[in-house]
Design a protein around this ligand. Structure first.
Ligand SMILES: *Cc1c(COP(=O)(O)O)cnc(C)c1O
Length: 373
């Protein structure tokens, strides 16, 4: 058996809509009916008034920061345990990222660590909803209000996730999504920012398309970007949007299965779903503890031999050599993120996994762990 960590769910409607875009000859990011349709549809799905599509999750994050005029001299507090795109975006803008350590159970930023990192330069909190579990937003919002900070959500792994019944992407000033091939829904490569603020939506739309002038197109309004998603990608997105609930339900079913069959395995930490949360379980992330600590390599290599693909957890910002060398952070800055980063990995979580494959995964994990212990 060969079981990949993730595979997108692509059907006939995806092909049909891409062909429609092809036939219309509108294939750029400047024209075509699917761009507007996908933006409106996805924004509505995420309880937001506005959606502005981009070329990736990374560019969505940079666009959000640029929209809020965050740049040199500014500091942004961000969850250290994430895809490094979160931190690259802050650095592209010339701002300084300040890593925040995580909660050991959700692996999300710990809000109680925020306040002592705030300085007169702090402009924003960049929250990541890691692996599909929303961060604890009420305390984040309270701190942002108290210190007059923006909140940006990195929702690249959290399409459709909910905090107290409200959708990820609608909980701060701007939400940033990715539609890379392994995300909840995909446009191949792609991204979107969501917001309920018209000024932010207008400014983001202007900046993402080279900031062309209004009256005289080539008298530019600002230093813009070309972050335009193409009509072809948006056509794929429109087809994917129709199955987003199906994919999320499938991910939740897979998680339920893993939780049921792995909860009695000693020293294996499984994901949680807090009472405030709807977890969309983008990937089923586990952390090796106690007797299994530092055995990740042995376990994942043995699983790979049996055809089961896994992926190691993110290396946190504070553990990245490139940033330590530049004096931006130290490994010891976020000890809990180091534990998850060193001992975490995720299991196959794609929406087309069969029950047979899932049993194969859990049986092999249990056997291998028994041997290691
Ligand atoms: C995937 C991801 C990104 C980057 O998205 P791309 O579309 O790959 O640029 C950013 N943040 C997180 C948390 C991600 O998982």
């Amino acid at each position: 058996m060969k079981i990949p960590v993730s595979q997108p769910l692509i059907g006939d409607n995806e092909k049909k809509l891409i062909n429609e875009a092809m036939d219309s000859k509108e294939i750029s990011g400047f024209c075509g009916e699917f761009i507007d349709k996908f933006e409106k549809g996805f924004a509505k799905y995420s309880d937001c008034a506005y959606g502005v599509s981009t070329t990736s999750g990374t560019t969505a994050l940079q666009l959000a920061l640029a929209t809020l005029k965050i740049g040199p001299g500014d500091e942004v507090l961000a969850s250290t345990f994430t895809n490094m795109a979160t931190f690259f975006a802050i650095l592209y803008q010339g701002a300084k990222p300040i890593p925040i350590d995580i909660e050991p159970d959700t692996w999300n930023l710990n809000p109680s660590l925020l306040e002592k990192k705030i300085t007169p330069r702090t402009k924003a909190i960049l929250v990541v909803h890691i692996y599909g579990h929303p961060a604890d937003m009420d305390p984040v919002v309270a701190i942002a209000k108290k210190y007059n900070l923006f909140i940006i959500e990195d929702c690249a792994e959290a399409h459709g996730a909910e905090y107290k019944g409200r959708k990820a992407g609608s909980l701060g000033d701007i939400g940033c999504f990715s539609f890379y091939a392994n995300k909840i829904i995909t446009t191949g490569e792609g991204g979107m920012i969501t917001t309920n603020n018209k000024r932010y939506a207008d400014r983001a739309r202007m900046l993402k398309s080279l900031a062309f002038g209004k009256k005289n197109k080539f008298m530019h309004q600002d230093i813009g970007f070309n972050f335009r998603m193409t009509n072809l990608q948006a056509a794929l997105g429109c087809a994917q949007l129709k199955k987003i609930e199906f994919v999320i339900n499938k991910k939740r079913d897979i998680a339920k299965f893993y939780l049921k069959h792995l909860s009695d395995v000693k020293d294996l930490q499984l994901p949680v779903e807090k009472s405030y949360a709807k977890n969309v379980y983008w990937m089923f992330h586990v952390v090796l503890k106690g007797s299994l600590k530092n055995k990740r390599h042995i376990l994942t290599a043995a699983l790979r031999k049996r055809g089961i693909d896994t992926r190691e957890a993110f290396v946190p910002y504070n553990g990245q050599e490139i940033f330590i060398k530049r004096g931006l952070t130290r490994k010891s800055d976020c000890p809990l993120a180091n534990i998850a980063g060193n001992n975490g990995f995720y299991l196959p979580s794609g929406p087309i996994l069969s029950l047979k494959e899932l049993f194969y995964v859990v049986n092999n994990i249990k056997n291998l762990i028994n041997h290691i212990q």
